[in-house]
Unconditional design. Structure first.
Lengths: 168, 163
């Protein structure tokens, strides 16, 4: 008579439970995977030390509420990643160029509208020439804008200048 | 009656260890949330301000004190109106002769500023109204109330930052 591979107690060839065997195999695979990752395979990424970074944000054409909403000590976030702490805030009137009916162009301050400069300190790495603040958020000086948030407010700002203090 | 003797099964021990390891990973690695360093508000209630501009008189008269507001997108509660300020709506113009930029009121158009009181929940990165909707100054809010809906409102900020 042909003998069943799994007996009535669920043991394979009467030796080991099938579920126990599955768990054992899982543990063995995890152990092999961990060994290959940490001991055999070459590292694909190189750990780069994050260096202190300082950058200035410029927010234009805003009201006094924006100035009140941002304070020294606030943590800034970009899509949920903390990207630094506000260390300074400066404001100046928002100016616009106006073209008159006679063809002249003149500059004027807009009442109750401001330009806010926010100085931020954080950490960053450099990858392929890009500054990655908090290792993941690319920030560059120029005209492109980024949406920043704090616990209290959200605003779109341009990075006016950015400096890394890596090897000093 | 024969009593079955309980024996320690080392596979069961392994399973327990795996479960404990997964729980440890979840609590200390994956589900790591920072504690709020410092609560912003003295109590668990606070106020924020919402502004809606360029309204007709009829539109501005829709909201009443005590109205419960909801976020229009998700229909979640965001607080109750405790104050309504109706002001003339202004647009930017220029006086070319004197080269001055100024704000001029527009007849029959209004700006409505609502003071909304809500229960707050804080995390390091955000403040939630009624524990549901993130309220941030400078962002846009579409909201509804009893019989009205407004789009494009601007959250001015929290009362704590209004001083």
């Amino acid at each position: 008579m042909k003998q069943n591979k799994i007996d009535e107690t669920g043991r394979l060839f009467g030796k080991i439970n099938v579920i126990d065997l599955g768990i054992l195999l899982l543990v063995v695979f995890i152990a092999i995977g961990a060994f290959l990752k940490f001991a055999v395979l070459e590292q694909t990424t190189v750990t780069i030390e994050a260096a202190p970074v300082s950058y200035t944000l410029e927010i234009t054409n805003v009201r006094d509420w924006t100035i009140r909403n941002i304070r020294v000590g606030d943590t800034l976030y970009v899509t949920g990643t903390a990207v630094g702490t506000v260390v300074g805030i400066e404001t100046r009137p928002h100016r616009v160029a106006v073209s008159s009916n006679d063809g002249a162009v003149w500059w004027g301050d807009v009442p109750e509208r401001y330009v806010v400069e926010v100085e931020v300190e954080g950490t960053a790495t450099v990858s392929d020439g890009r500054f990655l603040v908090s290792r993941t958020v690319p920030l560059s000086a120029g005209t492109s804008t980024t949406v920043f948030t704090t616990r209290y407010a959200g605003f779109e700002a341009m990075v006016k200048e950015i400096a890394l203090y890596g090897d000093e | 009656m024969e009593q079955k003797r309980r024996r320690f099964n080392w596979f069961d021990g392994l399973v327990v260890l795996l479960v404990l390891g997964a729980a440890f990973l979840w609590f200390f690695v994956i589900n790591r949330t920072e504690a709020v360093e410092e609560a912003t508000f003295a109590g668990d209630r606070a106020m924020y301000y919402v502004e809606v501009t360029n309204l007709t008189g009829y539109q501005a008269a829709q909201v009443e004190i005590g109205d419960a507001l909801r976020d229009a997108a998700q229909h979640l509660p965001i607080g109750r109106v405790v104050e309504i300020d109706i002001r003339p709506f202004e647009i930017r113009t220029s006086d070319d002769q004197n080269q001055v930029i100024l704000w001029q009121t527009v007849e029959d158009r209004y700006t409505m500023i609502l003071t909304v009181e809500t229960e707050v929940e804080e995390t390091p990165a955000a403040i939630y109204a009624e524990g549901e909707v993130i309220i941030r100054g400078g962002t846009t809010l579409h909201f509804t109330g009893p019989g009205f809906a407004f789009s494009g409102g601007t959250i001015l900020g929290w009362s704590e930052r209004g001083e």
